[in-house]
Design a protein around this ligand. Structure first.
Ligand code: ADP
Ligand code: MG
Ligand code: MG
Length: 926
């Protein structure tokens, strides 16, 4: 890197507010806000490039000349503020803050009040005429600098601090007097000296250089590295941290001073109203650390010492939104009635809030519909369909906290992050992390937990912010709970719970319950309906649902599916009431016996189809003929053998009984006894037992006859339909008769018959011939036209290769990408996922799990070939996908690109798919 020509240090007035890569998100926004005239304390940014150069340098030195530039900028700051850095008469103090291209809340370090030493401290005290304030700032600086820049653990400071609080008989920091805080700072200086073996650095420029290096180093710290790994933040997204040097402003200068954080709109509900918290007479870190429970922002208007500030804050909010066209999450400080903005970034919201703000910002003219759609990650919509507590279950909560992150969760209580990791991640329990407050170093505990409960801190405390970012439920500041980490238990009023006890938290209401409470599925909000309506307008792909039952179908329809792309008939076979008939059909020895069973199944299937048609009318319903190998419906061989053994034992007992009763007869006992013996003998009737044995043996023979070494590649799908034509014929009849019934009842139907596992055109022709002759009969019976479409699954490699021939016989193709992926890789899914796939992923041999993320390179190429060849043979061929990939946004983008007409996915994925389809169209158009 050329140190002479590359600029590394930028005043807020000159930095490019769009260049987050170079200036970090915080730095770029501080520049931007300065340049649009918001009241930001003067400062400058040192670039991420300078960070990378420093981290790369073999000698651990900052880039040559960097500190000269920093000196120049500090002189400019002195000019702007009229203060002097290190000047005992009128000292300038600064903060040294981290900030990379991606926001990583609390993951890297910030030092406040830098520039203080014994002399400048006296200057501060003289200038403010407030010794208490001076010593408070000083002790904060010593601890932060000691911890962040010199690596002195917090515990060493906390011990001294607690000792002094105890001696002074006060609970809160604010209770300490100036002279007590003076003692604190003196003890802190000794703590640092003892830990580092050197006196605390007093030269402000030396402090500044050490601080800059410390912030740079925090980029490579464990916390930050873990965070980036967890959230897949790669170097092309963020590389290195910038350093922001910002003139200090003080929210702890009395009752006309405050510090706070706010969202321009409510990040939990999306409500268009300033949302946040503040603390009077406090410094910024107090809010974030959750040490004091802050006040809700709408109370600011009532602070008599700060008149007009609420209105100013509202004006700031409007300017931020008007400029950024996005909900902002910002930090502010009020120093003696003067409002400063210290940071802003796009607000992280849950999906409910994302959807609502998207819709409302379009209605307010702040953004376009396209922007509204593109600002929401499709995956996140699934969150909205997360369960909430069953409202019909009336259980009294044991505690009320703040609704910090919505959603409900039950799990066993754990009281520290390591235990959460052990009991949750490693042992597979559902756990709720219960803490007094959380800190960045607890992050691994969050990952392992279903939800987070804290007894202290506000809605902008660390716990709340991180949980919202992860989409996990969180109740914060449940002050009724007192947590005893050492004994791993918590007390709530008269009750208590300890580690391992199940509790339930509801992050939407802030309530905490003992025990597990059932949850129910939530419904669509009107805003989601509006938004997805826009999505449908923009999308080219249609979204259908995979649904087997009328209930599934109803739900998918509510979620916006425009048809069923896959109804699996085997699920209808597996019903308890039907299974005996299905089994009879399978074990039938003669065609007549089989037909008799099928005749009983026909009306049941017809009813199934009719309900699906009604629920989905006027949209198409695609029914796949029976796919799995039929032995799947028969009992397990081992179970059968065990039962047979028991029947044989019973048969022996029956023989004994016969002998016994004969003997009884000879002895000529009383009538009563003879009757008892007779009834027992009837129970052990040898003839009945023999018959049962005969049936079981027949079943066992059948199970053995149908046994397959590799059922997934065996006698299934259309192969079954060709060898046992009666089964498919029954299903085809049921579909067409149900359709005819609907037509007669005036219900619009579009049945689509889909054949699974096809590999040759001849298979399709054969099944088509069944369809044609049954259709002719049904139409003749009904005396009306009965519409239907006929098509094939494409899930065998050969089907892709012969797509043109298959298209001749089909009106539609439906890619079954689960099987097609297995076939393309020659991986069996279960074995792959349980054995080698994780290893393949870790070692980078395969980047993704192809069963989750469509393998665009291989399977995708097969699909493209099939689409092209299919459409060459039949230009109006309708093509879709019905594998699990149909609900996966990246795969949906591929399907759009490959020219598919629709995707079909499970009901809860339908909203995700609708938005993803719009994204694909909007991004493809660009
Ligand atoms: P983070 O990225 O962890 O939020 P910040 O750099 O934003 O770290 O700073 C931590 C806290 O210190 C915030 O509350 C912030 O508002 C406050 N702070 C930072 N710089 C200043 C400053 N110059 N004057 C007053 N408060 C500051
Ligand atoms: Mg911040
Ligand atoms: Mg399949």
């Amino acid at each position: 890197m050329d140190t002479l020509t590359t600029k590394h240090v930028f005043a807020f007035e000159e930095g490019d507010g769009k260049n987050k890569r170079l200036l970090g998100g915080k730095g770029a926004n501080l520049c931007e806000m300065t340049q649009i005239g918001l009241n930001v304390p003067p400062g400058f940014v040192i670039s991420t490039d300078a960070c990378l150069a420093y981290l790369d340098s073999p000698d651990g030195n900052l880039t040559a000349g960097l500190m000269d530039d920093v000196h120049a900028q500090m002189r400019a700051l002195e000019q702007k503020t009229g203060k002097g850095f290190g000047d005992p008469d009128n000292p300038l103090l600064v903060s040294v803050r981290s900030g990379s291209a991606m926001s990583m809340p609390g993951m890297m370090d910030t030092i406040l009040n830098l520039g203080l030493n014994a002399e400048t401290l006296q200057g501060v005290i003289r200038a403010t005429d407030d010794p208490r304030f001076g010593y408070d700032a000083y002790r904060r600086f010593i601890q932060l600098f000691g911890k962040v820049a010199l690596g002195v653990p917090d515990a060493a400071f906390d011990k001294e601090f607690e000792a002094i609080k105890e001696a002074a008989h006060v609970k809160q920091d604010v209770g300490l007097s100036a002279s007590e805080l003076k003692q604190v700072s003196e003890r802190f200086l000794r703590v640092v000296e003892a830990a580092t073996g050197r006196p605390f650095p007093s030269d402000p420029y030396e402090q500044l250089e050490i601080a800059i290096k410390a912030v740079f180093n925090s980029w490579g710290g464990k916390r930050a590295v873990d965070y980036r790994r967890q959230f897949n933040i790669t170097p092309d997204m963020a590389n290195g941290t910038a350093v922001n040097v910002v003139t200090m402003v003080f929210g702890n200068r009395g009752y006309d001073s405050a510090t706070g954080v706010a969202f321009t709109r409510n990040p939990a509900t999306g409500e268009n109203k300033l949302y946040g918290e503040y603390l009077v007479n406090a410094q910024g870190e107090d809010v974030v650390a959750g040490i004091r429970t802050p006040t809700a922002i709408d109370q600011l208007a009532n602070e008599s010492a700060m008149p007009g500030l609420a209105a100013q804050l509202d004006a700031l909010r409007d300017k931020l939104e008007a400029h950024y066209h996005e909900v902002q999450d910002f930090e502010f400080t009020i120093e003696r009635g003067q409002l400063y903005c210290l940071q802003t970034r796009n607000g992280k919201m849950n999906s409910i809030a994302m959807v609502r703000t998207s819709v409302e910002m379009v209605q307010e003219g702040l953004i376009t519909k396209e922007q509204a759609l593109l600002r929401i990650a499709p995956e996140s919509l699934e969150q909205m369909l997360f369960p909430h507590l069953d409202p019909t279950v009336k259980v009294e909560p044991v505690a009320q906290g703040l609704s910090a992150s919505p959603g409900a969760a039950s799990g066993i209580a754990v009281f520290d992050a390591d235990r959460a990791e052990l009991l949750g991640k490693e042992q597979g329990n559902k756990v709720i992390l219960v803490r007094e407050e959380t800190k960045p170093e607890d992050i691994h505990g969050f990952f392992a937990s279903e939800g987070i409960l804290t007894s202290r801190g506000g809605k902008t405390s660390h716990a709340a912010v991180v949980a919202r970012g992860m989409g996990k439920p969180c109740v914060a500041g449940a002050e009724g709970i007192s947590v005893d980490v050492n004994r791993r238990e918590a007390r709530v009023g008269l009750a208590s719970f300890k580690e391992g006890d199940v509790i339930t938290i509801d992050g939407t209401s802030g309530k905490v319950y003992l025990g597990a409470i059932p949850t129910v599925e939530p419904d669509f909000t009107p805003e989601l309906d509006t938004l997805l309506g826009w999505a449908d307008e923009m999308a080219r792909l249609k979204v259908m649902a995979n649904a087997d039952t009328p209930n599934d179908a109803r739900r998918s329809r509510r979620y916006g599916a425009v048809g069923i792309g896959l109804a699996r008939t085997e699920r209808m076979f597996n019903d308890v009431a039907r299974l005996p008939i299905v089994i009879e059909m399978i074990v039938a020895e003669t065609p007549e016996q089989r037909q008799e069973a099928l005749d009983r199944l026909l009306p049941l299937q017809r009813q199934d189809f009719r309900e699906l048609f009604e629920v989905m009318s006027p949209y198409p319903v695609t029914i796949r003929l029976l796919d799995p190998p039929i032995h799947e419906f028969l009992p397990n061989e081992d179970v059968l053998r065990r039962e047979l053994k028991e029947l044989h034992a019973l048969s022996q007992a029956a023989y004994g009984m016969t002998v016994l009763s004969g003997t009884m007869g000879l002895l000529h006992k009383s009538d009563k006894v003879r009757e008892d013996v007779d009834s027992m003998r009837r129970l052990f009737d040898p003839a009945m037992i023999e018959e049962a044995i005969g049936k079981k043996e027949a079943m066992l023979r059948k199970v053995r006859a149908l046994y397959e070494t590799n059922p997934m590649l065996g006698h299934r799908g259309v192969r079954l339909g060709i060898t046992f034509p009666e089964i498919y014929q029954m299903q085809i009849r049921a579909i067409l008769e149900a359709a005819a019934d609907c037509v007669k009842a005036g219900i619009e139907v579009h049945p689509q018959i889909k054949v699974p596992q096809v590999c040759t055109a001849q298979e399709l022709r054969k099944v088509r011939s069944f369809v044609d002759s049954i259709h002719a009969e049904v139409v003749a019976d009904a005396g009306q036209a009965v519409p239907f479409k006929f098509g094939t699954m494409i899930e065998v490699v050969r089907a892709c290769m012969l797509a043109d021939a298959l298209a001749e016989e089909s009106e539609f193709f439906s890619f079954g990408t689960n099987d097609l992926t297995q076939a393309a890789f020659s991986f069996s899914r279960e074995d792959a996922e349980n054995k080698f796939l994780p290893f393949y992923n870790q070692s980078g041999i395969l980047q993704d799990n192809p069963f989750e993320t469509l393998d665009v390179k291989g399977v995708g190429k097969l699909m493209r070939l099939a689409v092209d060849w299919g459409r060459t043979a039949k230009p109006d061929l309708h093509v879709g996908i019905c594998g699990e990939h149909g609900g996966h946004p990246a795969s949906i983008a591929f399907c759009h690109d490959a020219g598919l007409d629709y995707v079909s996915c499970s009901g809860p994925r339908v909203p995700v798919a609708r938005l993803a389809a719009a994204h694909a169209a909007l991004k493809g158009a660009r």
